[in-house]
Write a protein that binds this ligand. Structure first.
Ligand code: GRF
Length: 201
């Protein structure tokens, strides 16, 4: 049976689309996207998923306590028999309940070399700090913000002429590449987690 991916997003959905394209092209063997869930009505990523004929669900999070919301999402992911949850621009922290529901099977992508610049506007944070290199990271998700063991990272050079937008655009290209790489690693299973380190076996 194919491995089933559930994608959670809140906005644009370009990382979702990159994964979907790579699944369709066979670059993530024996996998399919079972469901795309958004916590926001009108997220462009939901439209992108529909255009690809992928099942979608909008589960509004507004006004709900974290765990109450997460129970709804986990119920749908279970109903869809999802093996791996990919957060792709999902603008919420997960509750311990959610994290425990998919042990070591929730991934997130972040546009910096973690642990530098977690949280919002990572590319602006990098420019303001004056780093010469930034990049992006795919990591396992725990209850903390942009934390959890790192699976793949790649550097992107910061140019003197960069604005947050130009830096973000170059990082995004790498995001689209490494998210797929991380999914392949996790599905391949040839790794173990030693403390915070994800090491090959
Ligand atoms: C990406 O930069 C991702 O790293 C961050 O949010 C952004 C989402 O972009 N977590 P998209 O919705 O995948 O286009």
């Amino acid at each position: 049976m194919k491995k089933r991916i559930g994608v959670l997003l809140s906005g644009r959905g370009s990382n979702f689309e990159a994964i979907a394209e790579n699944v369709a092209a066979g670059h993530i063997p024996n996998a399919e996207i079972a469901i795309v869930i958004s916590n926001r009505e009108g997220a462009p990523g939901i439209e992108r998923a529909r255009a690809r004929g992928i099942e979608t669900r909008v589960i509004p999070s507004k006004g709900l306590e974290r765990e109450v919301y997460d129970r709804q999402v986990v119920a749908v992911l279970r109903e869809k028999q999802v093996d791996l949850v990919c957060l792709a621009g999902f603008m919420r922290l997960l509750s311990p309940y959610f994290v425990a529901a998919f042990p070591q099977h929730i991934l997130n992508i972040h546009p910096s070399l973690l642990p530098s610049f977690p949280g919002l506007e990572a590319q602006r944070q990098a420019l303001e700090h004056g780093v010469k290199w930034s990049g992006c990271s795919v990591h396992f998700v725990d209850e903390n913000l942009d934390a959890g063991p790192i699976i793949v990272q790649t550097p992107v050079e910061v140019l003197d002429t960069d604005t947050p937008e130009t830096l973000a655009a170059r990082i995004l290209k790498e995001e689209h590449r490494i998210y797929t790489e991380a999914v392949r690693i996790v599905f391949g299973g040839r790794f173990r987690i030693e403390g915070r380190r994800v090491v090959g076996v």
